[in-house]
Design a protein around this ligand. Structure first.
Ligand code: AMP
Length: 337
């Protein structure tokens, strides 16, 4: 297990991070209005880091206006509700974007209209943007980074149970319940501190663990229809017919994304999901080989072991399948050497 720990890094690195954190804190203190964005098609870490940060700032500085913006996602509103920001609100605002690597993925393109822009994220910083950029690619989640920020200034900041609940949800979801390799001793310490604030942890765990009946049925379809190469590259295509059969839309398919990884012979996988315009969303995951370079070749990106891309048609789906199979083959070969 890796031991990412902000207190076990070189003195120089520690000083650099503390300077950056201090600059971010100064900006928060300076601005009366703070608008927090995150990425489109949010997951619990996007919403959790956004709502967690908003709640910490709001609880610490009740006189400030703190707005969380982006499309309201009904399935995630239990973490926190979105606010409405008027165009004028941006005039003298500080804008913070959490959990979003690339500018085109920011939900609500007014994010550049503020006075200052801060990026806080844990994806590789391939596409830097903002006046201040705090990116920790080996952090388990953006929620963990937000907690680190709170911890750094905890004499002046307030962590409410609502904020802790949102951050905890982000961490649990992005680590696959502390299963994925980005989970470190530091992650577990952060989760423990969040739990200690007193929110209903069991209820959050149950929320994150439960799936709707159509998703359960789709899971059976995924297991039945996975194509698995000898080297362990697994793929399945969720066409319009499949989604109709299970009465699901793209957003409802998130629950089946981890499924192929449960199979012992699978090392990497792709789930292709049809979109309204006939293109395919590609959800790539891996237990070993790096798949984000493949994602980048197909209008996507993400982490080494969890990425997303786009395929314009079934021909591109076939190309991605072939490339994924090659990645799995090379990986198996490298393990034998
Ligand atoms: P998803 O499969 O949508 O859950 O995405 C997995 C990871 O890949 C997330 O960390 C996303 O930020 C990233 N990702 C997904 N789609 C894209 C994209 N089109 N461009 C860049 N990164 C993406």
């Amino acid at each position: 297990m890796k031991t990412r720990d902000p207190f076990k890094i070189s003195l120089k690195q520690k000083e650099e991070i503390m300077t950056l954190q201090q600059e971010i804190f100064e900006q928060i203190k300076k601005h009366q209005r703070i608008i927090i964005h995150r990425h489109q098609r949010p997951d619990p870490d996007a919403i959790g880091s956004q709502i967690g940060l908003a709640e910490i700032i709001h609880a610490s500085f009740p006189m400030k206006t703190v707005l969380s913006v982006g499309k309201q996602i009904s399935g995630l509103s239990w973490i926190g509700e979105m606010d409405v920001a008027d165009d004028d609100d941006y005039d003298d605002a500080l804008v913070i974007v959490t959990d979003t690597a690339n500018p085109p993925r920011v939900d609500d393109n007014r994010y550049t209209n503020g006075q200052e822009l801060i990026k806080i994220d844990h994806h590789p910083n391939d596409d830097p943007y903002g006046d201040l950029i705090w990116v920790v690619p080996n952090a388990s989640s953006s929620a963990e980074i937000v907690y680190d920020f709170y911890h750094q200034f905890k004499k002046e900041l307030t962590l409410t149970p609502k904020a802790a609940r949102a951050l905890y949800a982000g961490i649990v979801a992005d680590t696959g319940r502390f299963l994925y390799s980005a989970t470190t001793p530091h992650t577990l310490r952060v989760a423990a501190s969040l739990m200690a604030t007193g929110f209903d942890v069991t209820a959050v765990n149950q929320k994150l663990d439960s799936i709707a009946l159509p998703v359960a049925k789709l899971s059976a379809y995924v297991y039945e229809n996975l194509e698995i190469t000898d080297a362990g590259a697994a793929t399945v295509c969720l066409t319009a017919e499949v989604l109709d059969k299970f009465d699901l839309k793209d957003a409802g398919t998130a629950g089946v994304v981890p499924i192929p990884g449960k199979i012992d012979s699978v090392v990497c996988w792709a789930i292709f999901v049809i979109q309204r315009d006939g293109t395919y969303r590609v959800r790539l995951r891996s237990k070993g080989p790096t798949i984000n370079e493949l994602a980048k070749k197909h209008d996507g990106g993400g982490h080494a072991l969890a990425s997303g891309a786009k395929a314009k048609d079934l021909d591109e789906v076939a190309v991605i399948k072939k490339e994924l199979a090659e990645i799995a083959t090379a990986y198996q070969k490298s393990k034998k050497e």
